[in-house]
Unconditional design. Structure first.
Length: 467
């Protein structure tokens, strides 16, 4: 999640409509992001399956450099529990390093150089995944590279436009379509190669995708905004930053207290990339015409359904708002929590109806993806909008950056809780996740009843991109 604001001291061409009515630079940024997300989610989809089914097994785990020292961080965990814990550490760390990436861009290198360095580092990480010995180095490269790349490319989208240019909101919709195109395609290509041909072929294809992203970004350099430290032709001084006011503190405290609640709320959705894939790989009837489908295709299914309901829910509230008063952000988040509970109960039903020695049919898993995606559409984009609404103007970008901490906490819990998959009945496992959704929804309700009347006043609008 990133904030992208058009900065007055950046040179932009207000009449450029070369790409779908937008500046040509938007096309380069959108396609760069599509290929970066292709590589990122392709690798992430394979990661836990690769560890469980090969890398952490005898004959392979001994080949990983420095792994004996590394695994001491996880106590006595082994097998699936260890794989889930490593996945959680990786996925959580990806949401911490954008802080470093933002510092490098703002203070040292500038956004374009930081994105280039991040892309090169990520590509190296993907290719290093093709070798067992370099597994830990690969994860480190991917964590650091993503931190340099993730926030800094999205922030350049807003800088393509003057502050008064109304095309900015539409630009982020196009940019988000690029993200989701990469998410949908990556399991079909990277996942299929990894599961059907060889794990290292999958990781290698993710590296190729990252090189394509790098090539697109380099080729579009002249169409991107000038850096903040480059002089603008207008010669105008940059406006002085606003100062934090005493009246800003209640909203700031409320936002900070929401971060751990959001972390708990995100756990059920993010378990899709961890224990859910391990369980599906083992117990789902993933066959079609006598051919076994790659387990990673479940992620493509989820991405398609999620994009559909993101658009569907937005259109629904546009229609609803013309007839009745549209619910505020907290009300939508409460609704999202209820749907999230429903999604977890679908997985409970899938496990509860599984007979001895039988595979689970896809009815309940598909229902999970549908219902959970409605919850996702009410939770993640809406919570980001709430943060943007409540964040004080003086530290707006900083507060949105802190939103990443919710994902850091969520993915840490995903790794920890994912290790329970083989230690308890599957029905209990998913009921615990329903409890996460219910507990966070209860806190959202308390916020709604006690704080909303005072805090949910009209504030300035910000453009944000969910990445």
């Amino acid at each position: 999640m990133t904030v992208a604001e058009a900065t007055p001291d950046l040179e932009v061409e207000p009449h450029d409509r070369s790409f779908l009515g937008h500046p040509k630079g938007l096309g380069y940024l959108a396609f760069t992001e599509a290929w970066e997300r292709f590589s990122f989610y392709g690798m992430q989809t394979l990661l836990v399956l690769y560890m469980v089914n090969e890398l952490l097994l005898p004959g392979h785990v001994e080949n990983i450099a420095f792994f004996d020292s590394f695994r001491t961080l996880y106590g006595g965990l082994e097998g699936q529990a260890l794989a889930s814990a490593i996945f959680g550490t990786y996925a959580a760390s990806v949401y911490l390093t954008p802080i470093l990436g933002g510092f490098l861009a703002d203070r040292i290198l500038g956004k374009r150089r930081t994105v280039l360095l991040g892309a090169i580092t990520m590509a190296a990480g993907h290719f290093l995944m093709a070798f067992e010995v370099s597994f830990l180095f690969a994860l480190l490269c991917l964590i650091l590279g993503s931190g340099m790349f993730k926030g800094n490319i999205a922030s350049q989208v807003g800088s393509l436009y003057k502050p008064e240019d109304l095309r900015r909101a539409d630009a982020f919709q196009i940019f988000y379509l690029g993200i989701n195109a990469g998410v949908i395609a990556s399991p079909l290509i990277v996942g299929t190669l990894g599961e059907k041909v060889g794990w290292h072929w999958g990781f290698g294809s993710a590296g190729v995708g990252m090189l394509i992203a790098l090539a697109i970004y380099i080729s579009g350099q002249k169409y991107l905004p000038k850096e903040h430290f480059e002089p603008a032709k207008s010669g105008k001084e940059a406006p002085k930053p606003a100062r934090l006011q005493r009246s800003d503190w209640p909203a700031l405290i409320a936002v900070l207290l929401l971060i751990p609640v959001m972390a708990v709320a995100i756990v059920p959705n993010n378990q899709i990339f961890n224990a859910y894939l391990v369980w599906g790989d083992r117990d789902f009837a993933l066959t079609w015409g006598g051919e076994r489908l790659p387990t990673t295709w479940l992620v493509t299914l989820d991405a398609i359904v999620s994009v559909s309901f993101l658009a569907g829910v937005a259109l629904f509230y546009r229609w609803y708002g013309k007839r009745w008063k549209e619910p505020d952000e907290l009300t939508k988040m409460i609704i999202g929590s209820l749907f999230s509970i429903g999604g977890m109960l679908c997985l409970y039903m899938a496990a509860a109806t599984q007979g001895p020695g039988e595979k689970i049919g896809l009815f309940w898993p598909v229902m999970f993806h549908v219902i959970n995606s409605i919850g996702f559409a009410h939770l993640l984009p809406v919570s980001l909008a709430l943060f943007a609404r409540l964040a004080p103007a003086a530290i707006h970008a900083t507060v949105i950056g802190l939103y990443y901490l919710a994902f850091f906490g969520a993915n840490s819990m995903v790794g920890w809780v994912g290790g329970w998959l083989e230690k308890m009945p599957i029905t209990h496992f998913w009921l615990i996740h329903a409890g996460f959704a219910g507990a966070s929804g209860a806190v959202f309700l308390i916020y709604k009843l006690l704080l909303a009347p005072k805090l949910l006043h009209s504030g300035r609008s910000e453009d944000v991109a969910l990445a």
